[in-house]
Ligand binder design. Structure first.
Ligand SMILES: [Zn+2]
Ligand SMILES: [Zn+2]
Length: 297
């Protein structure tokens, strides 16, 4: 199967419009090497013809334009088969509204995320005024054929993050996906938001060939130290990269061919090509996603 990183940044993108933290300043001014990045989303295909999107970012229009395989064919038919959501966060779902010109949309979410999209952000009822949406419920733990040579299993990712809309049961509020190419049997895991690598979450990574994992913050207190938030990375549902119990320590020894950080917040120093933190990540055999990165899994 093929995986294309459409966007690699966390909510707000990089640089973020209202942010002048050291990394945003550095990339904006060009004084240090680094690439601007759009908000996180990936596209996956087993045949390079029919594509599935994982999350729909507010940058989706530019992301589709940047990837010829997603361009429309005759008659406004598009290679986009369906969108699968890991949760109902705005940076993962606002792009759904931008697909409203389509003939219809197949959407896979858990019941919890569906409830939030209907009753919380009200994004789905708005979209349905424009185009029909065929909702397929994602049930964590179930193996589901997706069509076009792929199957998936969603798995529950426990989170302490406050539910902004006050809707949605705790179970299934955030999930990760394990996607399998039915022909080769090789698997990819998409986990852009994970607060803790529980044994259950870890088990889903077993024998996968490619892992895309939460790279939101380098340090747990990154946003606090910059004076940008009072919450730690863990408070916001994200396991930091550095430090004891951080993702670098836990994930880098795993025998997975490609281990790639994605959903990287604009404050994270690994975004700059010359940062010592970037070197540390790469020396431990992990990668930092860029927009446009393509992997044949
Ligand atoms: Zn996000
Ligand atoms: Zn910033």
């Amino acid at each position: 199967m093929w995986m294309r990183v459409l966007g690699s940044a966390a909510g707000g993108g990089f640089p973020q419009w209202n942010c002048s933290c050291p990394t945003c300043r550095a990339v904006r001014s060009g004084e240090r090497p680094g690439q601007a990045r759009t908000q996180s989303s990936i596209a996956v295909s087993a045949d390079y013809r029919r594509w599935f999107l994982f999350n729909a970012s507010p940058d989706i229009r530019a992301q589709i334009e940047s990837f010829p395989a997603l361009h429309p064919r005759d008659d406004r038919a598009t290679p986009l088969e369906a969108v699968l959501l890991t949760d109902a966060e705005l940076d993962h779902t606002l792009g759904l509204l931008l697909l409203r010109e389509g003939r219809g949309l197949r959407l896979h979410t858990t019941g919890s995320a569906h409830q939030t999209l209907c009753e919380g952000s009200a994004l789905l009822p708005t979209l349905e005024r424009y185009c029909p949406v065929e909702w397929q419920e994602v049930v964590p733990g179930a193996d589901v054929p997706l069509g076009a040579g792929l199957s998936y299993r969603a798995f529950d990712v426990p989170t302490k993050k406050r539910a902004r809309f006050g809707h949605g049961s705790r179970q299934g509020r955030v999930v990760g996906y394990r996607l399998t190419d039915e022909r080769s049997g090789r698997a990819l895991v998409y986990l852009p938001g994970v607060q803790q690598l529980t044994a259950e979450v870890r088990a889903q990574m077993d024998d996968c060939a490619c892992l895309l994992i939460d790279g939101t913050c380098w340090r747990d207190d990154e946003m606090v130290r910059l004076g940008l938030a009072s919450k730690t990375a863990r408070d916001m549902g994200h396991l930091p990269i550095d430090g004891p119990g951080g993702s670098l320590e836990l994930v880098s020894p795993l025998p997975i061919e490609r281990k790639i950080y994605i959903h990287i917040n604009n404050t994270n120093p690994i975004l700059l090509d010359d940062a010592p933190e970037r070197r540390i990540v790469e020396e431990r055999g992990m990668e930092v996603a860029m927009d446009g990165l393509e992997v044949e899994v």
